[in-house]
Design a protein around this ligand. Sequence first.
Ligand code: TTP
Ligand code: MG
Length: 401
Amino acid sequence: MKDSSVLGDVKVRDESRVILHVDMDAFFASVEQRRDEKLRGRPVVVCGKFPRTVVASASYEARVFGIHANMPIGEARRRCPELRCVEGDLGRYITASLGVMGILREYSPHIEVASIDEAFLDMTHCRLLFPSPRVAAESIKNRIFHELGLTCSVGIGPNKLVAKLASSQGKPDGLVIVSAPGVSHFLNNLPIGRLWGIGPKREEALRFLGVQSCGDLGRIPVDLLKERFGPLGERLHCMGLGIDEDPVIPLGHEPDPKSFGHFVTLPEDTDDSRIIMGFLLRLSEQVGRRLRRNCFQGGRVVLTVRFSDFSTVTRQKVAYEPLTSGKDIYRLALRIWDSMGDRRPIRLLGVTVSKLKRASNQLSLFARPNKVVALWEAVDRVNDTYGDFTLTWGTLHQPPR
Ligand code: TTP
Ligand code: MG
């Protein structure tokens, strides 16, 4: 196999890789349709339990009505009055996901679980095991369907970028194969919004430069992209050409996460500071818990606030001491909230901790007494055993509806 390598400053592209991307179709909704036959063939969405939750997953029958992930549930119901809304059950989806990943593992040891319902498989070294990548992909689709009662879409390409675009192109229940020489033809008319990392704002900025399709993105001078988008310009240029040298990273070899964040859509828009503070404390606790569970400490708190008109503001503050406890995260989040001074009613709140470092046992000058550390370890143990928020701050004793 040719390896991607750098000769001087000339990047050599490895076009001999065979990468499969498998993405389950309407995953949460399909698991619900499998469980309950009354939901099959019908418009179904999976959502949270708050009345103003958003859609997490929409069945393809629901998508005909323009319903999609992240749409407020009220809007989804307006579009389709007969819509069935099912409260999500993460346990069920994790079990289904384990089933899928178990099957995929039989096809290649080089598997990167990219999310609960998608994975990349590097099949480059498995070529002798299957007559062709197509045969391997068809076998995967058959097994997932017959053994798990679910459908998936598979994309095959010379890299992760193209494989992922190919799987999404074939949805639902598709199989799209793009060979290395076919990449530029494949990208030519593909809308730029399909590329990872291109949201509505970037899409608009690119359209302003006359870029409509991925093909256009590849043809526009890289210097223009760098001028407009900074360091991201180079990456955009590569994406437009279908170049992606990122390896498939198997479990246990992932780089450290960059941040941990939790978000909540409030039961109703509010400017009541007591309610807002309650949610901030709850979110901060959740983030602190994740930091400790994964043995990280944080250096910065980012507060996300979405107002009732959907305008969204993020503000951040750097911490003087490494963050691990929800209370410290909360203090900083509250300071950010206080300093924002905008008291319009809020729809969504998010607390994220970034600048993560692996937690060390080194004590700082201002180190907490070990009693505090021991207390948090004990609280975590109780919550691990009996469920989140079994032991928590008195102010959270009445959990938000
Ligand atoms: P996706 O693969 O993005 O969506 P999907 O499987 O529902 O539909 P598609 O056929 O287009 O792939 O996400 C996988 C699951 O992750 C999805 O079923 C629900 C969950 N999810 C959320 O909880 N919130 C979100 O915002 C998104 C996008 C997904
Ligand atoms: Mg999916």
